[in-house]
Design a protein around this ligand. Structure first.
Ligand SMILES: [Zn+2]
Length: 109
């Protein structure tokens, strides 16, 4: 049976896929400097928060396959650590098994 940690990571991975799609869609509008609205990549299946990032900020998150962007205070210290926090969003890095799973499913590999 899947434990909650596995379910959380799977949620986050699904949201990352959605954000990749959002970024590709906004490509058409040549929106490099503008902030775009992405979905919070936290593990809560019911989370409906969105986060606002510029293209450059989003790309910086995607450089590391174990990093995700979440809304402020949506991090889960049991499976991830905060690497950056500003007023608009938090960047977290997955640890241990969660980190491995995130790397294995990285769409940018
Ligand atoms: Zn969230």
């Amino acid at each position: 049976m899947k434990n909650w940690r596995v379910l959380e990571v799977e949620n986050e991975i699904r949201r990352r896929v959605r954000n990749e799609w959002i970024e590709q869609t906004s490509d058409r509008f040549d929106a490099d400097q503008a902030e775009a609205t992405y979905v919070c990549e936290c593990g809560d299946a019911n989370c409906a928060e969105s986060v606002s990032l510029t293209r450059a900020e989003y790309e910086a998150v995607r450089l590391d396959g174990s990093c995700f962007v979440v809304a402020v205070d949506h991090e889960n210290p049991e499976i991830e650590r905060v690497t950056l926090e500003n007023g608009r969003f938090t960047i977290v890095q997955k640890m241990m098994a969660a980190g491995r799973k995130s790397q294995e499913t990285n769409p940018r590999r």
